[in-house]
Design a protein around this ligand. Structure first.
Ligand code: SAH
Length: 238
């Protein structure tokens, strides 16, 4: 009897993968994943069979992973956490009676937060600006309501060539509810090669360095920056 592990490999650097994720990858005979993510864990999988496909082949990849797992031990990998804009949902939707286990990982918002300081200390939410599978109207509504409710917001998939203005448009929405000096940070390649970050305010924000390898973290009404460190207070009276 085979097994399918759905593995979050963390933000990219091997040191930030959990021990369990590493163990199940080592145990697996076949690794399934998007080519670029396979490359992130290449040193761990030299001796394994690999099934990788381009970005738009998610469904095919999940079906293949399920099929292979009937008699082999297989790992299908996502970056970050597989259950956050990763492969876990689709695999489980397609699953019939295969033996499946989800292994969590460090998601991009946690990775980015660790670099910035403590920006998501209080109630927060993740919103993806990708409209490939979510209507843009709904995305805008969620940003508006999260801003109204004073959540710290992490934007995933913040800017792509096909929708370069979405980020600016949604930050304008957030500005309706928050002051211009609210901290806004861009973290690119968090905890992996090429890491960069920049902290702005809503007023000074410049989106020119934002791309699909970045997340954007917007503070709540209490967030501040001290000595270059982005903090959202938990509420202790100091
Ligand atoms: N499952 C992943 C998210 C996949 S969606 C997770 O839990 O992190 C892809 C988006 O995640 C990217 O467009 C980017 O916004 C974000 N992302 C993933 N890894 C990142 C990293 N190391 N640094 C910054 N952003 C990252």
């Amino acid at each position: 009897m085979g097994k399918l592990y759905i593995v979050g490999i963390g933000p990219g650097g091997l040191k930030h993968m959990t021990i369990k994720a590493k163990e199940v990858i080592e145990e697996s005979e076949i690794i399934v994943g998007y080519t670029k993510y396979i490359d992130l864990i290449r040193p761990l999988i030299e001796d394994k069979e690999i099934f990788s496909t381009g970005m738009m082949k998610e469904e095919e990849r999940c079906r293949e992973a399920l099929r292979l797992s009937k008699d082999k031990v297989v790992a299908i990998i996502s970056t970050g956490d597989a259950g956050i804009y990763g492969m876990a949902g689709l695999v489980l939707e397609l699953r019939k009676d295969e033996n499946v286990e989800v292994i969590p990982g460090v998601t991009a918002s946690s990775a980015a937060a660790s670099i910035l300081g403590a920006p998501i200390m209080h109630d927060s939410c993740n919103i993806s600006l990708s409209d490939l599978m979510t209507p843009y109207e709904l995305i805008k509504k969620r940003v508006d309501m999260a801003a109204q409710a004073d959540f710290v917001i992490t934007l995933y998939n913040p800017k792509s060539k096909g929708r370069p203005h979405y980020l600016r448009e949604n930050l304008e929405t957030i500005k309706k509810y928050r002051s211009g000096n609210t901290p806004v940070a861009v973290v690119k390649n968090a905890l992996r090669e090429g890491e960069e970050y920049e902290i702005y305010t809503l007023d000074s924000f410049d989106d020119s360095n934002v791309d699909m390898l970045s997340v954007v973290v917007i503070g709540n009404s209490q967030s501040f920056v001290r000595d270059g460190i982005f903090i959202t207070p938990r509420g202790y009276r100091l």
